[in-house]
Design a protein around this ligand. Structure first.
Ligand code: GDP
Length: 618
């Protein structure tokens, strides 16, 4: 242990900058309902202009600039990026990314100021740890071993409940463990926008070495910017070969301390419960380097780890309190549901009156079941919670119709909008040998404005984990001579993740190059507006007119339309007339009847289905 303690004196590891202490809960986690106003930041402006713009005193702005290492007087001109950084430090939410290629103006929105920025009220909080690694390498066993070795005498008789997370005590400090091992769960949370984990334990079985899911776990932790601690498990086995594992890790750029890197590697045996305390003590050291802080004085903000409907108790959710103190009686919103904490329990099933930062608690008091990854925010009153919940529901409806996920074809326009400057790619190939040439060609496409970033590459089929990683990291998936697993297709379709499969390397690289240069022809997807069924045919001034009943959605005049007879498309053109009684109308919605004319087709029959659709750029 003495050797480890020396680490404390070392500067923070290179892999992550701790220079700027990001608040544990950043502005992006705040509720949309807290938005007060939006402002635009121009390319450059004086400190005074900037202070006026964000409605704050110039002194406050100067103080914040100083905290960021910049001395400036009130008339000094600051550039756009500095202004955006300071604005976000001062509690504004920045929409989009700053940086090169960005348009001169960025929209930002003002949030309720977080007391998080007030360092005087911040206190250290326990780290939140997730265990990842290849199947059968001992993730579950390790979680169990950690739980068992740290049961205090008073708790020994108590039955631990599975609530999705638990806390252990070590050297009078706490560590919170998320109880769902694996990078899929980790990334699924991230895909919902929740940054939950502070440290990832990478379990590698010493007798088996680095395996495909070990590599996936590394990629997922890196994409999230979470430091890794390696638990070299199963060292009790006679065929354990720790040196080989260390070599393999180094081959994948995970350099452990012994090899001159900064990744801590602890040999353990989950089965024999050996090395567990050493592992825990080292987690505390990493946590100290990460300088994890939160403000227990404020109203709580948390994130849902898991949730379910209990037959007798109603909607239950395990919430990890991220900042503030959560108390029984607190009104809150979670996702788009409002509620009030009726009761709270810890992982031993013990009633709690309050829960501090990084505590996992099971809560009662919601009308319906929230989703894992949803943010819980305590509000001042129950009424406010209700209003905010309604607003979120409305915003969700709006977002569904307006936001487009990233695709290779819309990448360049996102870059032009200043929205993006990096194309994150997950590359899956038929064989390992294909990875290197493709990667090299892709990385060569980097230019001043756009960087191609290979988040993860491996041989094998495209999995659900790959889709989740793409979703969480706003990336796309490129497959080369490989297949996409059905589960992955499903999630990709639901969430709009772009998967492209290629059989020729040249074509793959060419498409990415075109995307990066904004030359890729847009792809279109069909969006169905509605269906109608022909119920009657009659003549009007010598023309055959079809009377239809709208069964679903709506039929829009001018939209594209196809005629379906006996489940087969027999004609495709557009809706050229739409009449309700004698009036021309733009659209007719489900449950109504109307007369319809289809361009170039005069032989509609009773029973025909009319499908109205439009093509949208994906
Ligand atoms: P997971 O799939 O990563 O969650 O792995 P499990 O925790 O289910 O463990 C897989 C198998 O490895 C089980 O049969 C465990 O008993 C065994 N195992 C786990 N840890 C150790 C260990 O430290 N030593 C030995 N010998 N076996 C272990």
């Amino acid at each position: 242990m003495a050797k480890r303690r020396q680490n404390r004196a070392r500067p923070a590891p290179k892999r992550r900058s701790t220079a700027r202490k990001a608040p544990y809960v950043d502005a992006a986690v705040a509720t949309e309902a807290e938005v007060k106003q939006g402002v635009k930041i121009p390319a450059s402006l004086t400190v005074k202009q900037f202070a006026d713009l964000i409605d704050m005193s110039a002194v406050e702005v100067i103080k914040q600039l100083m905290r960021n290492g910049m001395m400036a007087n009130i008339n000094e001109v600051i550039d756009h990026d500095t202004a955006v950084t300071v604005a976000s430090d001062l509690g504004y939410k920045v929409l989009g990314e700053k940086g090169k290629g960005a348009t001169s103006a960025k929209k930002i929105k003002k949030y309720e100021r977080f007391s998080e920025d007030d360092t005087s009220v911040q206190k250290s909080r326990p780290p939140v740890v997730t265990i990842m690694g290849h199947v059968d390498h001992g993730k579950t066993s390790l979680l169990d071993a950690i739980r068992q070795t740290n049961v205090t005498a008073t708790e020994a008789g108590e039955i631990t409940q599975h609530i999705g997370a638990y806390q252990v005590d070590i050297n009078d400090q706490k560590i919170t463990f998320l109880d769902t091992p694996g990078h899929e769960a980790f990334t699924a949370m991230r895909a919902h926008g929740a940054k939950v984990t502070d440290i990832a334990i990478l379990v590698v079985a010493a007798d088996d070495g680095v395996m495909p899911q070990t590599l996936e776990a590394i990629a997922h932790a890196r994409a999230a910017g979470v430091p890794i601690v390696v638990a070299l498990n199963k060292v009790d086995k006679p065929d354990a070969n720790p040196q080989r594992v260390k070599q393999q890790l180094a081959d994948h750029d995970v350099l452990i301390e012994e090899w001159g890197g900064d990744v801590i590697c602890i040999p353990v045996s989950a089965k024999k419960q050996e090395g567990i305390s050493d592992l825990l003590e080292n987690l505390l050291i990493v946590a100290e380097l990460e300088d994890l802080k939160a403000n227990p004085e404020r109203n709580a903000i948390g994130v849902v780890i898991e949730a379910k409907l209990d037959k007798t108790r109603g909607a239950l959710a395990t919430v990890l309190v991220q900042t503030g103190t959560l108390r029984v009686g607190d009104p809150f919103i979670v996702g788009d549901i409002s509620g009030k904490i009726k009761a709270m329990f810890n992982d031993k099933g013990k009633h709690l009156r309050k829960a501090e930062p990084a505590s996992p608690v099971e809560i009662l008091g919601m009308e319906s079941v929230p989703k894992s990854g949803d943010t819980l925010t305590v509000t001042a009153t129950e009424k406010e919670a209700r209003i905010q919940a309604e607003k979120r529901q409305e915003e969700k409806r709006l977002a569904l119709t307006t936001t487009k996920p990233l695709s290779l074809s819309n990448f360049f326009s996102r870059v032009s909008d200043g929205d993006l400057k990096e194309l994150s790619i997950i590359l899956k190939t038929d064989v390992q040998g294909s990875i290197e040439p493709i990667q090299t060609s892709l990385v060569r496409l980097n230019n001043d404005e756009v960087k191609v970033n290979i988040l993860h590459s491996d041989s094998g089929s495209i999995t659900e984990g790959d889709v989740l990683l793409a979703l969480a990291s706003n990336g796309i998936i490129l497959g080369f001579n490989t297949r996409t697993e059905p589960g992955a297709v499903q999630i990709a379709e639901n969430e709009g993740v772009d998967i492209r499969n290629y059989e020729v390397i040249y074509k793959l690289v060419d498409d990415v190059e075109k995307a990066v240069k904004g030359m890729l022809a847009p792809t279109y997807v069909e969006v169905i507006a509605g269906h109608g069924e022909v119920r009657a045919i009659f003549s009007a001034r010598g023309n055959r007119v079809a009377g239809i009943y709208i069964t679903e959605g709506k039929i829009i005049r001018g939209s594209q339309a196809r005629i379906i007879r006996h489940s087969k498309t027999i004609f495709e053109s557009s809706v050229n007339s739409l009449k309700r009684f004698k009036d021309d109308v733009k659209e007719v919605t489900s449950g109504f009847e109307c007369g319809i004319g289809i361009e170039g087709y005069n032989d509609l029959e009773v029973g025909d289905i009319i499908e109205s659709f439009r093509m949208e750029q994906s």
